[in-house]
Design a protein. Structure first.
Length: 544
């Protein structure tokens, strides 16, 4: 009887359906934080066991598999799969036919892409890594082939389970899956690095991808959807293809841009790609926690509001949501800029990650951080367009943005001969322009947004963050060496903890002084945290 109660309570918590964007985003953000922390623990482990030269090879091996993954998942899952699932979920027969046909079409493309890429890697890899030796290129090819045939199919299948779960506003298992993926890499590297060397994390990534899929299989029982082995020309499939074409082209261009970044860093010497990749990952932490989580959580709700023609409510949610994102993203960007060096030391300062690499990564991170507030709302704004079934506008603007990024990157590296941090300047410039244009066009498309309120609140958030950052910067300088001996990693952690606490409290105090409306999000966070704590305690007390 006790075990049945435990099972029932746990199941209720895992498969609980969220009722608002905020609660959905909170669960996603919490799980993404945990997942990203395991991800950075993975990088820390890797930088402890492998040199910058070896890490270049490991990270470069993911470029082609990641390209195919992004085209098949990012290009389809967020733009049309979730809205179409929501559109047809009231009719079980239509849902089964449409979603099965979509999944089978993507699976067919997966087989074709993997087959072509596998046979073409011997000339693709040398082409995109012109600065690497033949020996390094051979290693990258071997690892890429392994990732293509094992990791990629598992991740794609798992992400469609994620899409089904998010369509039903259930977010726990999809958020847990990446944690398991990272854990597999960490554990396998730790136990087998001495015998397998760089093969250990590659094999760990493949095992992690399989677990990523398996842990989400229970979603199928709660999905309200039955998979069928069919490929039928349904209305939903045609609509799916029509919507995804612009977005897929956007992703392809973005992936070409990312591949060119690899090519350019391969010309900058040993470790340049690792520096660029690590700085980009750290910049993506707040973007993922705040922007991607909120974007993923918002799409089902925005789609419903648009289909129900609740325009005024839709517009209010857009303005409030962007300000909510700014409230977290702007101070985070400032923090990453003034605390960049100790942060890089904490996350990546492994035994084989030297001081020169640390400084270069820190500078690159600060230039990435400039665009964090814009990058954060980018995911929400694009989903606002997807909710009104417009994927063309984000596509056109992304093409322009990527062209700017690419042009600036080529000029910085090939003409002006700048270091790797110049690629971050190019990225930030292009991202800021993209988001500004997205906002202007959406404002004109959907009707008059409350720009006066939006502008005033944004300025108050920026001013609160600026004064808090200046205080945090000088406090960091004062405590470094005077109070904390930062030659040891544990003291770097306590230094950042002290400065972060002061910075956070001062930012909240100034936000209260300036009457920033978004500060009341904190009380909502506390309320929601208590609700989830109560659910977890129910599970715990079931054991007693």
């Amino acid at each position: 009887m006790c075990m049945n109660k435990i099972f029932s309570t746990t199941k209720s918590f895992i498969f609980s359906k969220q009722s608002s964007i905020f609660s959905s985003a909170l669960i996603l953000a919490t799980m993404i934080i945990i997942s990203r922390l395991f991800g950075f623990l993975r990088y820390r482990v890797l930088s402890s066991y492998f040199s910058k030269d070896q890490l270049d090879l490991f990270l470069a091996s993911f470029r082609i598999p990641d390209l195919i993954f992004e085209v098949l998942i990012t290009g389809t899952l967020t733009t049309s799969f979730i809205p179409i699932f929501i559109k047809y979920q009231k009719n079980r027969h239509e849902l089964d036919e449409n979603i099965s046909s979509i999944i089978n079409l993507i699976s067919l493309f997966l087989v074709i892409f993997v087959f072509i890429a596998y046979l073409s890697l011997d000339w693709i890899i040398p082409f995109i890594t012109p600065g690497y030796s033949q020996e390094k290129i051979k290693i990258i090819i071997d690892y890429s082939k392994l990732l293509l045939i094992w990791q990629l199919p598992c991740l794609i299948a798992g992400n469609y389970l994620t899409g089904i779960s998010q369509s039903n506003k259930r977010f726990f298992l999809p958020a847990l899956a990446p944690i398991v993926y990272n854990l597999a890499i960490i554990i396998y590297t730790y136990f087998f690095v001495n015998s397998l060397n760089l093969n250990a994390p590659v094999i760990g990534a493949n095992i992690g991808a399989l677990l990523f899929l398996l842990i989400q299989l229970p979603i199928l029982k709660q999905a309200g959807f039955s998979y069928k082995l069919m490929l039928k020309k349904t209305v939903g499939l045609i609509e799916f293809i029509r919507i995804i074409i612009p977005r897929t082209l956007t992703v392809i261009i973005a992936q070409i841009d990312a591949t060119i970044d690899l090519s350019l860093t391969s010309l900058l010497g040993t470790g340049a790609y690792t520096v660029f990749y690590f700085a980009q990952r750290l910049q993506l932490l707040p973007v993922s926690v705040v922007g991607i989580a909120f974007g993923q959580a918002s799409l089902p709700y925005l789609s419903e509001l648009f289909q129900e023609k609740k325009v005024e409510e839709f517009k209010k949610i857009v303005v409030d949501s962007i300000l909510n994102l700014f409230f977290f993203a702007i101070p985070t960007a400032s923090y990453l800029i003034f605390a960049r060096t100790p942060l890089v030391r904490l996350f990546f300062g492994g035994q084989k990650f030297d001081w020169d690499a640390t400084v270069l990564t820190a500078v690159t991170l600060s230039w990435f951080a400039v665009s964090i507030p814009f990058h954060t709302i980018y995911y929400f704004l694009t989903r606002c367009f997807y909710a009104i079934l417009d994927s063309r506008t984000p596509f056109y603007l992304s093409v322009v943005s990527i062209f700017i990024n690419l042009t600036l990157s080529l000029l910085m590296i090939l003409v002006f001969k700048q270091p790797v941090w110049s690629l971050a300047i190019s990225f930030s410039t292009a991202m800021i322009l993209n988001v500004i244009l997205l906002f202007i066009i959406f404002h004109r498309r959907i009707g008059q947004l409350n720009l006066k309120f939006f502008g005033l609140e944004s300025i108050k958030i920026f001013v609160s963050s600026l004064f808090s950052s200046l205080t945090g910067y000088y406090l960091l300088k004062l405590l470094d060496g005077l109070i904390f001996d930062t030659s040891r990693t544990i003291n770097v952690f306590f230094l950042l903890l002290t400065v972060s606490l002061v910075y956070l409290l001062l930012y909240l105090f100034l936000s209260w002084i300036f009457d920033v409306k978004e500060i009341y999000l904190i009380s909502k966070l506390v309320t929601k945290a208590k609700e989830y704590q109560k659910k977890i305690l129910e599970i715990y007390t079931s054991y007693e």
